[in-house]
Design a binder for this molecule. Structure first.
Ligand code: DX5
Ligand code: ZN
Length: 216
């Protein structure tokens, strides 16, 4: 499979949300990455359902929703109703991860599990065959525009091996600090989906930047 690019709306201009979403529609990027932060799991608050509803209204590509929240179970159906195609929860926020993954699938979505930079890949051993995506955080979650953590390359390689040893179909997504320098190395290590926020929306020409990332 060739890789996918998921521009992170967190870095978009929220005063012009509709045109930012339409710009991604017209680009070669394949997904929308949507960051939901609750101010508890991470030290920042992003946006909630009213904003997501507007994104859903205009977006013509899959919504890849990344929940950086505690107790995600209570909102699973609501995210399905707001058009999430992939719903990713943090392993550090789930006491009953298998139950959460089952609930995401029952609501008709693909299930992703995100790992903070310090969280070991081995914790996925007994869930990897049941999930559709692993999101490796390559920065500490909570903010866009942070510096990429170099240890991520090793984690991608370890995760790739775990996925092939387990007959899992999970995609490897990398979130944080993706740019022209880190993206090719991540793809070489085995990444399938690259999330890019500030690098795309801070670029002079975001459409060209997305297209360059797609064509790597
Ligand atoms: C961080 C978010 C990321 C963020 C990435 O907590 O999960 O998706 O938007 O932003 P950049 O690409 O600027 O590092
Ligand atoms: Zn994210």
């Amino acid at each position: 499979m060739s890789h996918l690019i998921a521009p992170s709306i967190l870095a978009a201009d929220f005063g012009n949300l509709q045109s930012e979403v339409e710009m991604v529609n017209q680009s070669k990027a394949q997904w929308f990455h949507i960051d939901i932060m609750d101010g508890v799991f991470v030290p920042n608050i992003s946006f909630g359902f009213p904003v997501l509803k507007q994104i859903q209204k205009h977006a013509k590509k899959p919504l890849d929703v990344h929940l950086m929240i505690v107790n995600p179970d209570q909102f699973i159906q609501k995210f399905a109703d707001h058009g999430a195609e992939i719903l990713t929860v943090h392993i550090e926020a789930c006491d009953h991860l298998h139950r959460t993954v089952q609930a995401i699938h029952s609501a008709g979505m693909k299930a992703g599990v995100a790992l903070n930079p310090h969280t070991n890949i081995s914790l996925l051993e007994d869930i990897i065959a049941d999930i559709d995506l692993v999101c490796l955080m390559s920065v500490n979650p909570g903010f866009g525009g942070q510096k990429f953590i170099e240890n991520t390359y090793n984690k991608v390689k370890k995760l790739k091996k775990l996925i092939s040893d387990s007959n899992s179909n999970a995609l490897i997504e990398i979130d944080g600090g993706v740019n022209a320098e880190t993206a090719p190395k991540l793809l070489e290590a085995g990444a399938d989906v690259l999330v890019a926020g500030s690098y795309v929306f801070g670029a002079k020409d975001p459409v060209v930047t997305m297209s360059n990332l797609v064509e790597l």
